[in-house]
Every structure is written in structure tokens, then in C-alpha cells.
Design a protein around this ligand. Structure first.
Ligand SMILES: *Cc1c(COP(=O)(O)O)cnc(C)c1O
Length: 360
């Protein structure tokens, strides 16, 4: 049997049908495509880190509970001891753990659309039915009646709400979120990947709702390379999900680097403030283009709609000019002609805006 035949025989059909998550080659380009923090660590901090790294025993397995990291994160989040905290190798891994603990025949995962693509992909990997409910096309707010209908029809085991939402950049209305929580038979996960760039958060929903879990990540604030996501909520729920976590999912260097970084959190907070200010400047500059539709954003990226039929050309033109952004055209009917630009440094944003000017 050749490889193709044995693959067809053995690899799960739903997996064979999935296209792999594509990460474009960004070498030599200004990266405004993946919501990374554009600032490297200050030189002094790097020196200090090298000293810390020297003392790490990489020949030993890491602390399986990452307790010191968790304690530092609890303090930072202001998370009450009544609640549990679970860590993942990025929040992507947490989404996977949640799906793996709930998957089974007839189990579904529901999310508004367009939203974070990993919800659908992980539902498919784990054999869950994925239910996507369109947002209101005018302003990307939750279509509450449609959400409630879909919840009643599908009884989802998991509902994911990204607040602020990726790729639309807006926050959902608290009353709508509460109504979804009240109607949901299973878990509702509030994905706060971008909460540092917005004005509020939903940690308070944990108080009276044991089926609500709040998920965060350090990726967008500056530690994408370390891969650390966290899930906060009811201890009994998290104990169940923790059974599916691989014992050493947070490696020695990540644990040490996250603790080190959290001890220097003012550096990241200053960078976040800078990114937020730059975001407003970028929005203002983009709104100067009569032919672009520009949405406001509570995250570290901006969503724009290009003139009809021009998104691919603009994306390619920017690439020619050495700038990588994300083209969303074709990814969802509501994102026709749309482009997503991550906020970079002031110099990077300037270069982007100039290149865009010459293309338009
Ligand atoms: C980027 C992103 C994540 C994944 O973050 P990692 O912690 O890097 O895996 C999760 N949710 C949303 C909405 C995101 O945009």
C-alpha cells in the first residue's frame, strides 16, 4: 500500500478534509499580520534575563503545576482564591483541552461569526459539530435572537465569545452576553485575548456563573513566543479539564521567562499604552481615505474594508513594499474586501500608511 492509500484508510475523514492552518513566510517583512507586540525587550532587561536563564535546569522536567507562574498571574489578574486557574501552551491549547473534554457524538461548539478561526478548526479536529452564528453585519454586534435560537436548537456543550472579537475588533454588549450565559446549557468561554487593549473585562461574570470561564493569553501583550494562555473559573470545572492537560505543557524556560516578565510588567504596560495610542492614530489616518471603511477597535489591530475588488491587490502591493498584513477577503461572507492590520511601532505604521497611500 502506498502512503496515499494508507492515509485514505487510516486518517480520520474529517481530518483529511481540513486544510492546514497556513502561516505565511514573513522573513524580511514588517509583520503587521499576527497581532504581535512589535517591541523587543529593553537591553537591560535582556541582560538580566540571560542571568536568570543561566540558572534554569533544562535537564529536569518543569513544575507540572507551574504554581509560581500561576500565583504571579493570579495577583496580576486580581483573581480570587475561590476560583481555579489552568495554564495552556497558548490559549489555543486551552481551546483544544476544552473541546477534548466535552467532545462526543451530538456535542457541538458554538461561536458567533466571523470570529477566531481556531474555534471551528479545533471543533473539527475533535469531532465536535461546529455551529457558527452570524454577527449583525452592520456593526458586528451579537445577533442575540439568532444566538438564543441556535443555543435552543443545538444545546452546545461549548460557546466561545471573543471579547474584543478577532477579527472585527469590537466588544460585545454585556446584556447580550449575560442572556447567552443564562440560556446556555454548557460552558460559556469568554476569550479575552485582547482585553489589555480594551477598557473592561468579564472576570466579574465568574462570581455568580459557575459555567462561565474566562480565557486570556500573554501573546498579544508581548510574549507570543513563550506560548502562555490561562483559563480562570470554577474550581470543580477546571479540575475536570485539567485531567486532559499533558503534565508538562508549560516548559521550564517559559515558566521562568513568564515569571521574569511579570516582575517587569510595567514595561509591558507602557508598551500596551503606546500601542493603544498608535491604534487611534492609525484609525484616524485610515479614515482620511475616502474609499476605505474603517471600524473602531478595542484591540491591537484595525479592520478595514478596501474598495470593492481591491483587497488582494492592496495586500500584494503592501507585500511588495515589505509589509505583511492579513487579507480576510474570502474567509467569510461578512469580510468581503476586508484587511486586518496589526498596530506596529510608530515607524512601522508610518511605512504602512505611506505604502498604502501610494497603492490607493
Ligand atoms: C490570538 C488569539 C488566541 C490565541 O492566542 P495564543 O494564546 O497565542 O494561542 C485566542 N483567541 C483569540 C480571539 C485570538 O485572537
Amino acid at each position: 500500500m502506498n502512503a496515499e492509500e494508507s492515509i485514505a484508510r487510516w486518517v480520520r475523514p474529517e481530518l483529511r478534509a481540513i486544510r492546514a492552518y497556513h502561516v505565511p513566510d514573513a522573513s524580511g517583512l514588517i509583520k503587521l499580520d499576527a497581532m504581535e507586540n512589535p517591541y523587543p525587550w529593553p537591553a537591560e532587561m535582556l541582560e538580566e534575563w540571560v542571568e536568570v536563564a543561566r540558572t534554569q535546569a533544562v535537564n529536569r522536567y518543569p513544575d507540572p503545576d507551574a504554581s509560581a507562574v500561576k500565583q504571579a498571574l493570579r495577583v496580576r489578574m486580581g483573581l480570587d482564591d475561590r476560583f481555579g486557574l489552568l495554564l495552556g501552551n497558548g490559549s489555543d491549547e486551552i481551546i483544544q483541552m476544552l473541546a477534548m473534554s466535552m467532545a462526543g457524538p451530538g456535542r457541538s461548539l458554538l461561536a458567533p461569526e466571523p470570529s477566531f478561526v481556531m474555534y471551528r478548526m479545533i471543533a473539527e479536529f475533535t469531532g465536535m459539530q461546529y455551529v457558527g452564528v452570524p454577527l449583525n453585519p452592520a456593526d458586528f454586534s451579537l445577533d442575540l435572537p439568532a444566538m438564543l435560537d441556535a443555543i435552543e436548537t443545538h444545546h452546545p456543550a461549548l460557546v466561545f465569545l471573543a471579547v474584543p472579537n478577532n477579527p472585527t475588533g469590537n466588544c460585545f454588549d454585556e446584556r447580550a452576553i449575560r442572556a447567552i450565559v443564562d440560556a446556555s446549557p454548557g460552558l460559556v468561554v469568554i476569550d479575552e485575548a485582547y482585553t489589555a487593549f480594551s477598557d473592561g473585562n468579564y472576570l466579574h461574570l465568574l462570581e455568580s456563573n459557575p459555567q462561565v470561564l474566562v480565557m486570556r493569553t500573554l501573546s498579544k501583550e508581548g510574549l507570543a513566543g513563550l506560548r502562555l494562555g490561562m483559563l480562570a473559573g470554577d474550581r470543580a470545572w477546571l479540575e475536570q479539564i485539567d485531567k486532559i492537560r499533558l503534565p508538562y505543557n508549560i516548559n521550564v524556560l517559559s515558566q521562568a521567562a513568564v515569571r521574569f516578565a511579570l516582575a517587569h510588567e510595567t514595561v509591558f504596560e507602557a508598551q500596551t499604552r503606546l500601542i493603544r495610542a498608535q491604534r487611534e492614530k492609525m484609525i484616524e489616518a485610515l479614515r482620511g481615505h475616502a474609499h476605505l471603511q474603517v471600524w473602531s477597535s478595542a484591540a491591537n489591530f484595525v479592520l478595514v474594508r478596501a474598495p470593492e475588488g481591491r483587497a488582494l491587490e492592496i495586500h500584494a502591493g503592501l507585500r511588495q513594499a515589505g509589509i505583511l498584513i492579513k487579507c480576510l477577503h474570502g474567509s467569510h461572507p461578512m469580510l468581503e474586501d476586508c484587511l486586518r492590520i496589526t498596530v506596529g511601532t510608530e515607524a512601522e505604521n508610518q511605512q504602512f500608511l505611506q505604502a498604502l497611500d501610494s497603492i490607493l
